[in-house]
Ligand binder design. Sequence first.
Ligand SMILES: C[S@@+](CC[C@H](N)C(=O)[O-])C[C@H]1O[C@@H](n2cnc3c(N)ncnc32)[C@H](O)[C@@H]1O
Length: 347
Amino acid sequence: MHMTEGNIARKVKKLINKPDEFFADSPHSALQRFGALLKRGAPTVASYVSRAASPTSAHANDGQGASTSSASSQAQHQDRRIENARSAEYADDARKLAGFAVALAATDYPFASEGVVMGQPSYRSIGLEFLRYFIKWGELSPEDDVLDVGCGGGRMAAAIGYYLSPSASYVGFDVHRGSINWCLDNISTRWPNFRFDHYAIGNSRYNPRGALKAESFAFPYADATFSFAIATSLFTHLTRQEVRQYLAEIARVLRHGGRLFSTAFLMTPAAEAAARHGTPTIKFEHQFGENPVQSLEQPMAAVAQHESVFFADVTEAGLVIDRIAYGWWSGLRTSNGMQDIIVLRKP
Ligand SMILES: C[S@@+](CC[C@H](N)C(=O)[O-])C[C@H]1O[C@@H](n2cnc3c(N)ncnc32)[C@H](O)[C@@H]1O
């Protein structure tokens, strides 16, 4: 079917103004539908969205200079004020989703493949799915200074690149040298405000020869450097003592009001019951130190955290819980993602 510019613009408007309706089905199928739509008119969509999202579109006509000398000019002034209020509201929503839609429209989206952590066919769709969660649940703004802990092959960075202002900053670090090199070559070259650091921290799954210990690793960043931190699929590969240290370090480098968007496998009575009676995606049948793990041969491949212990560590770090969305890893019936999502805040 041939899509006219008007049709595409209407679809984009719906994505921007009614994202919940647009994504009422599973995010993946909505993304696929939208992706297919955008392939037909990517440049139009990108320019439409950036126009809609431009701050000047909301304030270009601020009523300054309107004469109040006649009834008609007063009415005009009133009209303009209403129009401005509407467009400011619209532009705000548009800004929130603009990077997301532009990333969907991009035909040259960075794409990590084999040899890079998470270099899988789902690299782009999951990155974009999470960009949406970061914005909606973590209140990620284009002006945030972001720290991505265990950034791997930049799956989140690739999506965020389309959203973050050039004046904001992103720092990702990881223990996997090859992934960091790939990110430097493919992401920092495109967005110079994106930096990637490698640290030789040991992890039996991702960096078996690393000499530094995660449970005592002090992040080499100053206090209160960042306003948004990410730890997606990281606590699922760390022991409890490592998670405890990382929570404390993340809290230290976050500013007040900063958020941590994290995912984990949280062991709760409900998850245990679901795993017993349903069809769990991952079974944690073994104990490795303080953590339930999937396999004793490769314990760090999939690690669960006891929810009560995790929450105690969150409190000890000085963070508070903003939101939890349990995933379907345990067999719980939910349309959230596979892992549990936990958004924390530094008050
Ligand atoms: C499943 S991957 C997730 C990567 C990325 N966060 C994403 O969502 O695409 C887990 C990542 O955690 C990294 N990692 C493991 N132990 C780490 C540690 N102690 N500190 C930082 N990163 C670590 C691994 O190298 C790997 O890149």
